[in-house]
Design a protein around this ligand. Structure first.
Ligand SMILES: [Fe+2]
Ligand SMILES: [Fe+2]
Length: 291
């Protein structure tokens, strides 16, 4: 092994969905490449607090640092979960769980990756969505939802992701975007960033969705310029269950999801493979596709 091989790596994964036994088995096998690796977990670990705890505790014991951003599935108040908290109270409960486990959350100071490809500030984000990625021909959330109900493609969030005490998920989203924008502006100007969010900051990754109306539950137009305004070295996201690399305005977008067994069984890459974010893989500039 060369000296370079022993240097740490900034790795990423999302959409572990360990409610599926086959996905839990993937997490049981996940290991760092070096003792100094960090792991970014971009949401959708599981639906129950017990499963979320198991996964983050398991990974936290193996990686030098684990950094988590919530997905919509963690925020569901699922009938199978003993924890019945809703909305902000549930999110805060998960943040407390992470602090107990030593896992970094969007509420903590942004750690700085000093390894190869660094230094960069690594910012886990919790931004949610606001229905502004509307289907073609729709001008409002109401029109978009009416269209989605017509096609039958309606996200389960409508039933299980409660915004309490906010009046709506879009109101919660707007508050998160405003507060997060303030936090990001405080990062020293000399530091590039790696932004980690369950949803893409720009709409382009949703353009390949099989059901385009699902984009309403996939982000917000409020962050459309963030990849340009926050010195972003890489934007890491999941949720779409379409793992790939794209480039927009010279910025790398990495969709790092595992997804459901019925999805990953069809792929050629071994399931549960961790995506290297930094240092950038040689030739990865050619790997992605333009949006
Ligand atoms: Fe997911
Ligand atoms: Fe998701």
């Amino acid at each position: 092994m060369t000296t370079a091989d022993r240097q740490g790596r900034l790795l990423a994964i999302s959409d572990l969905h360990i409610g599926y036994a086959e996905n839990r088995a993937l997490v049981e096998r996940m290991r760092p490449e070096t003792d100094d690796d960090w792991l970014l977990v971009a949401g959708d670990v599981a639906e129950t607090v017990a499963d979320i705890r198991w996964a983050l505790e398991t990974l936290g014991a193996r990686f030098r640092k684990v950094i988590w951003a919530p997905g919509n599935h963690e925020l569901w108040t699922h009938p199978s979960d003993a924890v019945t908290l809703r909305g902000v109270a549930r999110y805060e409960h998960l943040v407390e769980l992470c602090r107990e486990l030593g896992v970094t959350t969007p509420e903590d100071p942004y750690p700085v990756w000093e390894g190869p490809g660094g230094p960069v500030a690594v910012a886990p984000l919790f931004l949610l969505y606001d229905y502004s990625f509307l289907p073609a021909g729709c001008a409002t959330k109401e029109e978009g939802l009416a269209y989605a109900h017509g096609t039958g493609v309606v996200c389960t969030d409508e039933h299980l992701l409660h915004p309490d005490p906010y009046p709506s998920r879009e109101a919660w989203c707007r508050a998160r975007v405003a507060e997060t924008g303030r936090r990001l502006a405080e990062i020293p100007a000399e530091l590039p960033t790696v932004l980690v969010n369950h949803y893409p900051l720009d709409r382009h990754p949703t353009e390949v969705l099989w059901y385009p109306e699902f984009a309403m539950w996939c982000g917000t137009r409020l962050t459309a310029d963030w990849h340009r305004t926050h010195r972003v070295a890489a934007m890491v996201y999941g949720h779409l269950h379409i793992p790939r690399t794209t480039w927009l305005d010279g910025v790398r977008f990495e969709e790092v999801s595992v997804g459901y067994p019925r999805e990953w069984r069809k792929r050629s890459e071994p399931p549960g493979t961790l995506r290297r974010i930094l240092p950038m893989e040689v030739g990865s500039g050619d790997r992605g596709v333009a949006p």
